[in-house]
Ligand binder design. Structure first.
Ligand SMILES: *Cc1c(COP(=O)(O)O)cnc(C)c1O
Length: 469
């Protein structure tokens, strides 16, 4: 049994190596997105170093970080340029408040994000959830400033994930994350998403898109006068288990939002920064949102930073002699210079040539992953940019946990969501890394499922109820 109370430990920060760090972690740290009791007998893995796509544990074993450390890492661990940018900034100024003061990293980053996305007036936070909340608050406040305070409701897509603070949970349609806090949350309306796996066979893709867009249109016809914004994850709903929908749906959503006078918030926290194959996933549908949220890969996985970018029209609605009409939202570390420097170095690395090289890399990796596409128990193969996902047919109830352990034993950090297996590797993975990843995944599948046999029943996508990313 794990002792429940904190156990006193000697305070000796210089002692190396650290004795029983995993055990001490379980006593001292409340780990995220974790039922702590499940760590009985399976302590967290102690990581001491990183090197490109590799994590190195306390025993010197190398584990390929195939989930980019929860989707944040773009150019590998221990990345020389990002590291140098942060240390150079550290010699100048580590942090100053951003009210009444400014500094070069935050100005340059904001200018470069404007040049890259066509959206500006960058407002910074530290995490994805705070970006979601800033965008929702800005949207409702925009309508209030325009004399329409009743436009304060939101719409999300079924299965959407936008973070887990109380405000963000309003638009996060994941029962497992929301149900315990239901009384605290003002739940948004949800509309169906044209998940390509669920397309009825008799409908074409265009008809399926039209069908789902029709549901949104009916909602807007009734509720647009009370609705501030619709928030979407463009093209891929990662946390829902990598639900992929056609760009045509996003384009139609943009048209409907414009037609009915409702803001479109694009949450590109997971799919932005090149992950989808283009700098923004929205580009693939030729869509410009009213609000754009970025975080996760924004600093290449080095420091927490998020940003909301918006239009001149939105900005102008707050520009006034009256203080209360301004956007009076702040976080202590808003626009932190070290985080902005990391983001600038990340943008240097993520130029158009790199995006093109990533697309070629993705095609080569896809060929290496062919045995997974052909695996008799893997269905609904999805691939966009540097994201791959498959559903495991007839997966045992505890598939995700058992697969993660089996993959770790084979040198790959993989965390299926329910019965959805996915790869989201850093952009610096090479062919040898991809082969290692493929073989670890095939070995782990074999260990968990036994000898591969075709599914007897038609495959259904994972039930999201008990799925943890
Ligand atoms: C991770 C994520 C968030 C929340 O970001 P945090 O930094 O974890 O708060 C929001 N939206 C999407 C699409 C995400 O993937």
């Amino acid at each position: 049994m794990m002792p429940l109370g904190p156990t006193p430990i000697p305070m000796n920060r210089s002692s190396r190596p650290q004795a029983d760090l995993p055990g001490r972690s379980l006593r001292a740290v409340w780990h995220p997105c974790t039922q702590m009791k499940r760590h009985e007998g399976a302590p967290p893995l102690e990581i001491v170093r990183g090197e490109g796509v590799w994590l190195i544990d306390a025993q010197g074993r190398r584990v390929l970080d195939a989930v980019s450390s929860w989707w944040v890492n773009l150019f590998g661990h221990n990345q020389p340029q990002i590291k140098a940018a942060i240390s150079a900034q550290m010699d100048r100024i580590e942090h100053v408040m951003l009210a009444g003061l400014t500094h070069a990293p935050v100005v340059e980053l904001s200018e470069r994000l404007l040049a890259r996305t066509g959206l500006g007036h960058a407002h910074y936070g530290s995490d994805g959830a705070s970006a979601t909340e800033m965008a929702l608050k800005m949207s409702a406040h925009f309508w209030r400033n325009g004399g329409r305070p009743q436009k304060n409701r939101f719409i999300g897509l079924a299965g959407g994930y936008h973070g887990e603070t109380v405000g963000a949970l309003a638009v996060t349609d994941v029962p497992l994350f929301r149900q315990s806090y239901a009384p605290l949350v003002r739940v948004a309306a949800t509309v169906p998403v044209p998940d390509l796996r669920r397309k009825p066979a008799q409908l074409s893709e265009a008809e399926w898109v039209a069908h789902c867009a029709g549901a949104l249109e009916r909602h807007l016809q009734q509720h647009a006068d009370r609705t501030a914004a619709l928030i979407v994850e463009p093209l891929v709903q990662c946390a829902a288990g990598f639900v992929v929908y056609p760009p045509a749906y996003l384009a139609r959503v943009r048209e409907l939002c414009t037609q009915y006078g409702v803001h479109l918030v694009a949450d590109e926290i997971a799919v932005g920064m090149g992950r989808s194959g283009s700098f923004l996933a929205c580009e693939q549908a030729n869509v410009r949102p009213d609000f754009l949220c970025l975080s996760k890969g924004l600093t290449g996985g080095y420091l927490p930073l998020s940003v909301v970018l918006t239009t001149d029209t939105v900005y102008a609605a707050f520009y006034d002699d009256d203080v209360a009409r301004g956007f009076l939202h702040s976080h202590s570390y808003t626009g932190n210079p070290l985080a902005c420097s990391a983001a600038l170095a990340t943008l240097d690395l993520l130029d158009d040539a790199r995006l093109a090289a990533n697309r070629e890399l993705a095609a080569r990796l896809d060929a290496i992953f062919a045995p997974l596409h052909a695996h008799p128990r893997l269905t609904h193969a999805r691939h966009l940019g540097l994201i791959w996902a498959w559903d495991v047919a007839d997966a045992p109830a505890d598939f995700a946990r058992r697969f993660a352990a089996a993959a770790l034993a084979r040198g790959a950090l993989l965390r299926p969501i329910g019965s959805t297996l996915y790869f989201m590797p850093p952009y610096v993975i090479d062919e040898a890394g991809a082969e290692h990843l493929r073989d670890a995944a095939l070995g782990a599948l074999h260990a968990v499922l036994g000898a591969a046999r075709p599914s007897a029943t038609p495959a259904h996508p994972a039930a999201p109820e008990r799925a943890l990313p």
